[in-house]
Design a protein around this ligand. Structure first.
Ligand code: UDP
Length: 238
């Protein structure tokens, strides 16, 4: 398979064409951003870690029957994915109060939620990704009623699977963000990435943050922490 021209450059990844229109070549970058890009740094090794972690997690989700766009890892910082049309929604699932949820509703970080909460945010940098409800999603024609139902259901299935995965490596899954895409025939696939950049992961014993909050909140170096998540996932797979 040949790496072709650059199709898209995001904050953390570059997407390249291949000789197969149904396949995209992804390169994970070392760039870290927060606050909608206002905070930005190059962090050597981050791309490799997220590429490897995402690959292991997508393989695990596939084994649990959750269809996703991941095909295979090519190198430490590259992978092949299936072409999809990304639905411009960030689907956030929360198990424990944290971050914007805690700030908005004055619920202290760390408060367990009785049932998982699914939220939708409209992916639109100019608007700072506002939260939207089903009626907004339909009005903006981002997804149909049936698709919204499917997104919620898939997000909760991913939650169940990831709670099990992280629990087995002594990590509490606080919350995470997913993105989905449509294939040509309309089938919805889980897409983008699942990594410490997109999940809040707390060590079960120490409550230590094993995720991007280390960067967002200037708590230290993310590399040893992301490496720890990868090590635990790899050890589990042995
Ligand atoms: N998240 C993400 N990308 C975003 C916004 C949020 O991956 O653009 C993830 C974030 O890592 C966390 C979850 O979604 O795991 C919920 O984030 P929250 O709404 O609490 O936002 P924050 O506190 O980061 O502003």
């Amino acid at each position: 398979m040949e790496k072709g021209t650059l199709l898209y450059e995001g904050k953390a990844k570059q997407l390249f064409q291949t000789d197969d229109p149904e396949v995209i070549w992804v390169e994970y970058l070392n760039q870290a951003t927060a606050l909608n890009g206002a905070k930005k740094d190059q962090i050597s090794g981050k791309g490799e870690l997220n590429n490897q972690i995402t690959g292991l997690i997508f393989d695990f989700l596939e084994s649990k029957g959750i269809s996703n766009h991941f095909i295979k890892r090519l190198s430490t910082n590259e992978q092949l994915i299936q072409t999809v049309d990304i639905i411009p929604l960030e689907v956030v699932v929360r198990n424990i109060a944290a971050g914007s949820f805690s700030r908005r509703l004055a619920i202290p970080e760390g408060t367990p939620l009785k049932t998982p909460i699914v939220e939708f945010y409209y992916k639109k940098d100019e608007l700072d990704d506002p939260m939207v409800v089903d009626d907004h999603i339909r009005t903006l024609e981002l997804a149909t009623t049936d698709e919204i139902t499917q997104l919620r259901q898939m997000a909760l299935e991913v939650d169940d699977a990831l709670i099990e995965l992280f629990d087995s490596i002594d990590i509490r899954l606080v919350d995470f963000k997913l993105e989905f895409g449509r294939q040509k025939d309309g089938t919805i696939l889980l897409a983008d990435e699942v990594s410490p950049d997109t999940c809040r992961l707390w060590d079960k014993k120490t409550n230590e943050h094993l995720d991007k909050d280390i960067y967002r909140r200037d708590l230290g170096d993310i590399i040893p922490v992301y490496q720890e998540v990868l090590n635990r996932l790899e050890k589990r797979g042995e």
